[in-house]
Write a protein that binds this ligand. Structure first.
Ligand code: SAH
Length: 216
């Protein structure tokens, strides 16, 4: 796969644009600079890969806006080696950014075609350590948990209890919550077995998190 000086230059500019929008975590910004976003997009969209915009991928899904990916990754407050569960593999871009930022990544996708594509693609571009699963994100990955952090990259109608239960005490989940086409970004911090603290951030737009609807 090609990553030319032009691509690298565009990526540097994208990082500066994201910095201007308020992301300050250097570890996150350097992860965005490392991962060639154009590899995750259809060739017809190549020239748009370094605009700060969401774009369509297969199966009616989207690759999130780079700012949103950076912002959510910053909210996770990653420490090196953190075990992170992602819901909604999609193109695999967010998973690779998490991995480039030093996380041990587990990711779930409910669309079989997307899962099968990323299952081959991520190892091929050097991200073979990311563990990929086909399944329902509402269930999480009980046998692999608990996780230091959880990131949900689709709009959830509510905070899934199973996911909170798979967070370590002191762990944090970043999740866009809301039905319809706008969601409130929330941080859910697990304080104890029974208590959580929820912090609201800004408004975002995500494709919906669907339940019991695994698809080909
Ligand atoms: N993180 C992705 C964003 C993809 S869009 C990226 O960087 O490209 C959100 C993804 O969530 C879609 O691929 C959608 O199929 C998936 N999704 C929706 N509901 C889900 C569920 N219940 N379990 C797992 N994945 C789900």
């Amino acid at each position: 796969m090609l990553d030319t000086y032009r691509h690298k230059g565009l990526r540097k500019k994208l990082v500066e644009a994201i910095r201007l929008k308020g992301v300050t975590d250097e570890n996150v910004l350097s992860a965005i600079e490392k991962v060639p976003r154009h590899w995750f997009m259809d060739s017809s969209f190549l020239e748009f890969a370094y605009e700060d915009k969401a774009f369509p991928i297969a199966a009616g899904q989207t690759i999130s806006q780079p700012y949103t990916v950076a912002y959510m990754t910053e909210l996770l407050e990653l420490k090196k080696g953190d075990k992170v569960l992602e819901i909604g593999t999609g193109s695999g871009y967010q998973a690779c950014v998490l991995s480039a930022a030093g996380a041990k990544v587990f990711t779930i996708e409910r669309h079989k075609t997307l899962h099968e594509k990323s299952k081959i693609f991520l190892p091929a571009i050097g991200f073979g350590t990311i563990k990929q699963f086909y399944g329902d994100g509402y269930k999480g990955l009980p046998t692999y948990g608990p996780f230091d952090k959880i990131i949900v990259t689709c709009g959830a109608p509510y905070i899934p209890e199973n996911l909170v239960a798979q967070l370590k005490i002191g762990g944090k989940m970043v999740i866009p919550v809301g039905e319809g086409n706008t969601q409130v970004m929330q941080s859910v911090i697990r304080l104890s077995e029974t208590q959580t603290d929820i912090i609201d951030h800004g408004l975002f737009r995500f494709v919906p998190m669907l339940e019991n609807r695994n698809e080909k």
